[in-house]
Design a protein around this ligand. Sequence first.
Ligand code: HEM
Length: 210
Amino acid sequence: MTRLYLNPLPVRIWHWINATGFVALIVTGVQIRYVGLIGLMSFETAVDLHNWIGFVVIGNYFIWLLFYLSTDKVKAYHPDLNPRKYFRETFRQILYYGAGIFKGAPNPHHPNPYNKFNPLQRMMYQIVMLLIVPLQFVTGLLLWDVKRFAGAVELLGGVRVVDTVHVLIFIFFAFFIFVHVYLGTLGHTATAHFKAMFTGYEDMEEEPGS
Ligand code: HEM
C-alpha cells in the first residue's frame, strides 16, 4: 500500500466550503426559482441566504485560485500538450469507466501530486473551475443588483439572458454534484477519495504514476 499526499490543506478547505456552499445555493435557488415546489423558508429568507452564501463562495474561490497560481501543483490542471497521447489516455479512461471497472480491471490512471487527475477529470475540472464557476459568479453578481450593474446587464443582452444563463448553470451543477459524487466513490475503496479530501492522504494499492 502506498500513501500519497494528494490534497494540500488550502484545496481541502476550499473544497468543503465550496461543496457545502453549492448545496446550500442549489436548495435556496430552488426555493427562489420554483416558488411552491418546496416550502423550506420564505422567499425573502431564501434570497438573503442565497446572496450571502454566494459572496462566501466567491471569496472562497480565491483560496483555490491563489493556491494553484502560487505552486507547481498547478501542473495537475495543465492540459496535455501531446494530443495523441491525451486522446489515447482519455479513450482508455472511458473504456475503464464504461466496461473495465465492472470486470474488476485496474484503473489505467496512476495518480501522483503533480498528475492527480485522470484525463477526463483534468478536462472537466478545467472547464468547471475556469469557465462555468466564474460565469456563474458573474451572472449571480449582476442579478444581485441589476440596477447597479445595468450597463453590464444590457451589454450581455438584458436581464432575461443573464438570468437564463444563471439558471442553466444552476441546473448543470445540480446534476454535476450527483455525477461527481458517484465518480468520487470509484477509488480503491468507495470512501478512499472522500477520506483523501479530508485528510489530504490517499492510500493506493498500486505504485504512483510518473
Ligand atoms: C456534496 C458535494 C461534493 C462532494 C461530496 C465532493 C467530493 C469530492 C471528492 C471526493 C474529490 C476528490 C476526488 C476527485 O478529485 O474527484 C473532489 C474533488 C474536486 N471537487 Fe468535489 N465534491 C462535491 C462538490 C463539488 C462542487 C460543487 C464542485 C465545483 C463547483 C467540486 C469541484 C471539485 C474539484 C475541482 C475537485 C478537484 C480539486 C483539486 O484537487 O484541485 N466539488 N470532490
